[in-house]
Design a binder for this molecule. Structure first.
Ligand code: E4P
Length: 226
């Protein structure tokens, strides 16, 4: 499973990229507003830090303007994935950009029917929002299961399932069990994945026991080999 970070905070992106665990970045207009930076400059900088797909979302909602914005955004860097909303106009833009070889992430997907349309429109990614479905009492992970099952039944669908609106490690693990290709997570969820209380407890014990030996690994000579 690929890991994308869902943020426009460049410091966080640099920090996570340095771990070697980051495969891409997703942004959205709300995250860009929070960052308070010039959109194009920020996306260009993110694209220099991360070589994988960096999603940059169009702002308009009509076909002509979305298409023009998508073409503009795609020129920032070769790894930009233009993000369009899952609307009839957005799907039309997706098809036009995909035909030109641009990666498109179709976002705001809340049903399997919408996901089928995204695949037919040639999307590189479809973004089903699990957390927002959970928030209204629907089964976010159930939607991931449905989409993975449908896409697997049609090898001609090359669209990757990008699990979005991820709120906790359970969303990530369950999506991985279902075979979703990508999860995009806020930085805190990526960090939560590494934590387990027994890891912390076990490590403290090992550190304490090692100190009792009075040894230092780096001070010891390696055996001489012939
Ligand atoms: C995905 O691309 C979206 O930016 C994101 O996952 C939305 O998450 P939220 O529901 O936490 O805002």
């Amino acid at each position: 499973m690929k890991f994308f970070v869902d943020t426009a905070d460049l410091a966080e992106i640099r920090d996570l990229a340095a771990t070697g665990l980051l495969d891409g970045v997703t942004t959205n207009p709300s995250l860009i507003a929070k960052a308070g930076r010039n959109f194009i400059d920020l996306v260009a900088e993110i694209c220099e830090v991360v070589s994988g797909p960096v999603s940059a979302e169009v702002a308009a909602t009509d076909y002509e303007t979305m298409l023009a914005e998508g073409k503009h955004l795609s020129k920032i860097a070769p790894n930009v994935a233009v993000k369009v909303p899952l609307t009839p106009a957005g799907l039309k833009v997706c098809r036009a950009l995909a035909n030109e070889g641009t990666m498109v992430n179709v976002t705001l997907c809340f049903s399997a029917a919408q996901a089928i349309l995204a695949a037919k429109a040639g999307a590189a990614f479809v973004s089903p929002f699990v957390g927002r479905l959970d928030d209204i009492g629907q089964n976010g992970l159930g939607l991931i299961q449905e989409i993975v099952e449908i896409y697997n039944a049609y090898p001609a669908f090359t669209t990757e399932v990008l699990v979005a609106s991820v709120r906790n490690p359970i969303h990530v693990v369950e999506s991985a069990r279902m075979g979703a290709h990508v999860a995009t997570m806020p930085p805190n969820v990526i960090r939560q994945l590494a934590h387990h209380p027994l890891t912390d407890k076990g490590l403290s014990q090992f550190v304490a026991d090692w100190a009792k030996t009075g040894q230092s690994i780096l001070d010891q000579k390696l055996p001489v080999r012939d």
